[in-house]
Ligand binder design. Sequence first.
Ligand code: CA
Ligand code: CA
Length: 214
Amino acid sequence: MRTALTAFLLLATPAFAAERTVTVDVWADNWFAMYVNGSKVLEDSVPITTERSFNAETAQFSVALPAQIAFIAKDFKENDTGLEYIGSRRQQMGDGGFIAQFKDAASGETLAVTDQNTRCMVIHHGPVDTSCAKESNPVAGQGACAFEAKEEPSGWADTGFDDSDWPQATEHSERAVRPKDGYDRIRWDNSAELIWSDDLERDNTLLCRLTISE
Ligand SMILES: [Ca+2]
Ligand SMILES: [Ca+2]
C-alpha cells in the first residue's frame, strides 16, 4: 500500500517535467516584486522612494511549466492619501502601469504576457475623491482624502491560491500610461499589454496573477 501511494505521489508531482529557462522583462510605474510558484525571484532594483523610479528589469529563471506567476505592483504614494509631491505645486495623484513578458530563453518563443487575462486585485485605493489632489492640507482618511486598504490575502502568490473572483486586468494604451525610462529598451512582443486596474490614478497597489503554460 505504501509503495503504491509513493508511486502515485511521484507521478503526481511535476518534478519530472523538464525545466525551462525563462527570460522575463518587466516595466513598472513605479515598483514591483515577482513570485514564481510562491517564491520571490525578482524585485525592482530601484526603491519606490526614488523620485521618478522608472526602469525596466530583465532576469532569467528556470521552472517546470505550467508555472504560477504573481506580482505586487505599486504606484508611488507619499502616504495613504495616494498623493505625491504633497504641499508643492506638483501635488497630484500620480499614476501606475505595468507590463511583463516571458520568453523561452533558448528559442525566444513568447510563453506569456500581461494582458486582460491577467487577474489583478486592488489592495490600496486612494484618494476616494479626486478633489483631494486640490486640497491645501490633504489628510489621509479625511473627506475626499479617505482611502481603502486591504491586507494581502494569505498565500496570494502561491500556486494553489484561488484567484477566480479577482477581476481581469484592464489593458491601457502607451498614450494613457506614458511609459518612461527603460520601457523603450525592451523589444515588447505585440501581444504584451500595459495593464493596471481600470483606474490608473487612484488604484495604487495591485496584486496580479498569471500562468505560464507550455
Ligand atoms: Ca507613478
Ligand atoms: Ca496613484
